[in-house]
Design a binder for this molecule. Structure first.
Ligand SMILES: NC(=O)c1ccc[n+]([C@@H]2O[C@H](COP(=O)([O-])OP(=O)(O)OC[C@H]3O[C@@H](n4cnc5c(N)ncnc54)[C@H](OP(=O)(O)O)[C@@H]3O)[C@@H](O)[C@H]2O)c1
Length: 321
């Protein structure tokens, strides 16, 4: 029954999406931005829109997506579509690919930006939440790359811009799962970039340090104090550097001087030397003093705060300019 209703909803949404405003963009390439409703993803969407690219935004909250799409459309005069999906659900990426195909547009550039943080002693993190981190940060990003890279290679243009983190450059105690998920994205990007070199397709990854967004408060686990390890950059600065690097064909992009120095230091320093320093700094930043005892209940601050049970996230639409 739920599947049937979802199908009906999608059909209606697709019908709405083919109004005359869209007609001019049918068959047109789009930049797909996961996590495009706020934070770094929104800044990236706005940055690509400023360069004249039509957009397709993905996140869970459809009201926020609609608002973001409307603003981008009116500010830059590009067509902005959106679809609300929870990327942690196994069927989400196939539905997104089907929606784009149904709307007869294709992903010219894929920006894998949606991501979830999880901060805690590894042995106490909530299993369900750990699964969501792996599903969003790794599986969804991989599936979308896998779905759309072949078309990009055929057209010999476009590419993938993955959003990882400086945290992906080293094992991170108390941020273990998140950092490992970002390491995966960096490795996948590097390999993908090598495989596609000379094809006209770019595969890049951007490694921000702390960025001034709501990411930490949307992440789960320890009662995170603002990580004061590095000064925070603005989402716009990160997006500008990322887009310029991507368009220049750079594989690994590090925004900011401090970020660049950090990357160099992480590359040159063996982990056995780094580990105690990172451990102490992470303890201070995420716990204040000592991490939780394994027996305590895990506090899930929850990035799923706006997920109400039974909500159907397969909502699609187009911003009305
Ligand atoms: N902020 C930082 O300090 C920082 C540093 C390094 C790297 N990064 C990386 O940058 C990326 C973006 O972070 P941000 O700071 O912009 O975070 P943010 O402000 O919390 O935004 C996250 C975006 O992802 C979407 N999202 C979250 N969970 C989702 C799900 N399950 N399915 C679909 N969409 C989902 C959110 O929309 P909904 O909530 O509506 O779904 C939102 O659009 C992440 O990959 C993060 O790891 C951030």
């Amino acid at each position: 029954m739920l599947e049937f209703l979802r199908g009906e909803f999608m059909a209606e949404a697709c019908k709405r999406a083919s109004d005359h405003q869209l007609a001019s963009a049918i068959g047109s390439p789009v930049v797909v931005v996961t996590g495009g409703s706020r934070g770094i993803g929104l800044a990236l969407a706005r940055g690509f829109a400023a360069r004249g690219h039509n957009q397709f935004l993905i996140a869970r909250d459809s009201a926020r997506l609609r608002a973001a799409a409307g603003n981008i459309q009116s500010d830059f005069g590009v067509v902005v579509r959106f679809a609300a999906h929870d990327l942690a659900l196994p069927e989400a990426t196939a539905e997104i690919v089907a929606t784009l195909a149904a709307e007869q547009c294709h992903a010219d550039i894929l920006v894998n930006c949606a991501g979830i943080g999880i901060y805690d002693d590894f042995i106490v993190i909530d299993k369900e939440q750990a699964h969501r981190v792996l599903a969003v940060n790794i599986a969804a990003a991989t599936n979308l790359m896998h779905a759309w890279l072949p078309g990009m290679l055929q057209r010999r243009r476009g590419g993938v811009l993955n959003v990882a983190s400086l945290a992906g450059l080293t094992p991170m105690p108390y941020l273990a799962l998140y950092a490992a998920s970002k390491s995966y994205l960096i490795a996948l990007t590097r390999a993908g970039s090598t495989e596609t070199s000379g094809s006209g397709v770019t595969v890049s990854v951007v490694l921000p340090g702390p960025v001034n967004t709501d990411f930490l408060s949307n992440s789960s686990g320890a009662s995170v104090r603002r990580a004061a390890l590095l000064p925070g950059l603005s989402a716009e600065t990160v997006a500008r550097t990322a887009i310029e690097g991507f368009l220049a064909g750079q594989t690994v992009i590090t925004p900011g001087l401090v970020g660049t120095l950090c990357r160099l230091a992480l590359k040159l320093t063996p982990y056995w030397l780094l580990a105690p320093v990172i451990k102490r700094a992470a303890k201070g930043a995420f716990f204040g003093s000592a991490p939780k005892a394994p027996t305590e209940t895990v506090q899930v601050a929850t990035c799923a705060a706006n997920v109400s049970p039974g909500t159907n996230y397969a909502v699609a639409g187009v911003a009305q300019g």
